[in-house]
Design a protein around this ligand. Structure first.
Ligand code: DC
Length: 233
């Protein structure tokens, strides 16, 4: 007789640029779970829309968008040696392209559409069929995996988030102002929380992590303590 090991799902939701992916990646590495960055999927779809004139000056051609969805193939390919994942769109590594300010400024206009979300949610759920998983995003604990074993809701002071993102982009050689980043973060928070379908909100059973004044190590230890408490219960 073979025993199926129970697959564990950890959902990490929260505001833009509050370090969800750093915590989620660190946790997945520690637990040997698969890590999926659901925001990267919405960003990849947005990049496709920008490259194919589906969104122009922030205005989306919904008909063209819906017709194009079958042509958008998103994959996460791991570089096993380095332990990192890269987002691929139609066979091309777009990991850096999807982090630029143009994509950031447009992604909340694309992620409001029902058909886009349906496609992303189906892809996201498929990853959990065969894997224990850590997934970060906005609606993971509320919509994608309402029965997740552990739900974390992350938040941090907006000025601290903006400064962190600014330093990250500076390091990558992207020229942006701190004000521009802060505005982008506040705009996305507002749009993510107020959209009609799957808005960003804390699941009732999620535990809040405010990491404004916590180091990466402190955050990881905090989350690992929560994981241990669910595994040992
Ligand atoms: O996590 P991120 O900042 O890379 O996500 C980019 C955008 O994608 C975010 O502003 C809203 C959208 N998003 C979403 O609507 N639902 C998710 N599960 C993840 C991201």
């Amino acid at each position: 007789m073979t025993f199926e090991q129970k697959k564990i799902i950890i959902a990490i939701d929260g505001f833009s640029s509050c370090g969800k992916s750093t915590v989620a990646k660190g946790l997945a590495e520690k637990l040997h779970f698969l890590y999926i960055d659901s925001g990267a999927m919405y960003r990849a779809t947005t990049l496709y829309c920008l490259e194919n004139n589906i969104i122009i000056n922030g205005v989306v051609n919904e008909e063209k968008l819906n017709k194009s969805l079958d042509n958008i193939h998103i994959e996460f390919i791991s570089d096993k040696g380095a332990g990192t994942y890269f987002t691929f769109l139609n066979g091309k590594n777009i990991e850096d392209d999807i982090r630029n300010i143009e994509v950031s400024n447009n992604v909340s206009n694309i992620s409001i559409f029902k058909k886009v979300r349906e496609k992303m949610v189906a892809l996201q759920r498929a990853y959990a069929i065969e894997n224990s998983i850590v997934m970060d995003g906005r609606d993971i604990g509320t919509v994608v995996f309402p029965n997740a074993d552990l739900k974390i809701f992350m938040t941090a002071d907006v000025k601290i988030r903006a400064t962190r993102r600014y330093n990250e982009l500076l390091q990558k050689g992207q020229k942006v102002s701190l004000q521009e980043i802060e505005k982008n973060i506040m705009d996305r928070d507002e749009k993510d929380q107020t959209r009609a379908i799957s808005p960003l909100k804390k699941a009732n059973d999620a535990i809040v992590l405010d990491n404004s004044y916590l180091t990466h190590e402190e955050q990881l230890n905090w989350v690992i303590a929560k994981v241990n408490s669910i595994i040992n219960n």
